[in-house]
Design a binder for this molecule. Structure first.
Ligand code: ATP
Ligand code: MG
Ligand code: MG
Length: 348
């Protein structure tokens, strides 16, 4: 069988490796850190930095294709790999999602609705951005933000100086604050043949900037469910995308607003492990390996809850709950804010 190279050895790489193994495929993880969660379950692991050209070359030569579990892979590393073996999802999808300004411009250009936004590089451009976008607003670094990091909220224009200082000189975008009723996400997949399959949208609740629960079904009128599927398919087709993507959406009285896209399996898609015949991890492997996709049908109502830091101490109690599927990542050390595992409570 083929060998799939995975950039990143965190929990997503681990769960992708398990899914690949179930399909009779091999995985090779590339990860700079020691003891990555994926190392326990992968067939091979390279421990090396992303600027180690020799290690990247050997890694790329040892696999049939490369995928990734996170967005912030340096361009130079991708160049080395792509000269040797294909990367899925493609470079355009990755580049688009790496930079919020490029991402929002792309989404707007293909006719989707995003929050009003403006480019910010300094005090003058922030003043102009506040004038056009208004307040309340959120200033976000263009690159490297996750779990709500690299963001600063402006209640009034007077908060501009503090917000700019929070960016520490990094290029940023100012986004108008969206008055949403709920947040949802849709997990969608596309294979090289152009087949698309979407999972049911899930409703997401965050705590301290980190995803806390995803509930399916989301409380969503059928019309908006259809809109979510259509807009996800439009994004995937336009990018000639191969793999699974997570699309985060705000639900408003005016319809769906796209918050951001992630060119990979997504935390809010973990419920599919116990709600669907083919989960998002198998779906991603199927897509990048050129297999037919699972259809995404949901067979159960599920509430996914992340176990962050000490939450994992509740495992003995959770293990006694009926219909509560436990997924632990095998992380060596428990730390505040670290994703240690999740549970899927199957409620119907
Ligand atoms: P992730 O971990 O999902 O990658 P992130 O750090 O990239 O998160 P965002 O998804 O942009 O950050 O924002 C985090 C959360 O902040 C959102 O899920 C939402 O709750 C809130 N938020 C972000 N942008 C806006 C906005 N324009 N209006 C209202 N709320 C927002
Ligand atoms: Mg993000
Ligand atoms: Mg987000």
């Amino acid at each position: 069988g083929a060998t799939i190279g995975i950039l990143g050895g965190g929990q997503l790489g681990r769960m992708l490796s398990v899914a690949a193994a179930r399909l009779g495929l091999r995985t090779h993880i590339y990860e700079p850190g020691s003891n990555p969660p994926a190392a326990d379950v992968a067939n091979a692991v390279t421990t090396a930095a992303y600027d180690d050209t020799a290690a990247l070359t050997a890694f790329a030569q040892s696999v049939d294709l490369v995928t990734y579990e996170f967005e912030n892979i340096p361009t130079e590393a991708l160049d080395v790999i792509e000269a040797i073996t294909p990367i899925h999802p493609n470079r355009r999808a990755l580049g688009t999602s790496q930079d919020r300004l490029v991402e929002k411009t792309f989404l707007q250009d293909i006719g989707l609705t995003v929050a009003p936004f403006a480019d910010v590089t300094d005090a003058a451009s922030l003043d102009a951005a506040v004038a056009s976008v208004g307040t309340p607003a959120i200033l976000k670094t263009r690159r490297f933000g996750y779990d709500g990091k690299g963001q600063s909220r402006l209640k009034t224009p007077e908060d501009a100086a503090t917000a700019l200082a929070d960016m520490a000189g990094a290029p940023a975008v100012l986004e108008g604050f969206v008055n949403f009723s709920i947040e949802i996400s849709i997990i969608a997949a596309r294979n090289p043949q152009g087949e698309i399959a979407c999972y049911d949208p899930g409703e997401n609740i965050h705590r301290d900037g980190i995803l806390h629960t995803t509930t399916v079904p989301a409380k969503l009128p059928p019309r908006l469910r259809t809109d979510a599927v259509l807009l996800a398919a439009k994004i995937l087709n336009t990018l000639d995308y191969v793999g699974v993507m997570g699309v985060e959406l705000f639900v408003t009285p005016q319809g769906l607003i796209v918050n951001e896209i992630a060119p990979r399996v997504h935390n809010s898609g973990h419920w599919t492990q116990n709600g669907c015949a083919v989960d998002q991890f198998e779906q991603h492997i199927r897509a990048i390996a050129g297999w037919p996709l699972g259809d995404g049908t949901r067979y159960a109502d599920v509430v996914m809850e992340n176990l962050i830091g000490d939450d994992v101490d509740a495992i003995p109690a959770l293990a006694k709950e009926p219909n509560c599927a436990i997924h632990l990542y095998g992380k060596v050390e428990t730390k505040a804010g670290r994703k240690m595992g999740h549970v899927n409570r199957v409620t119907r």
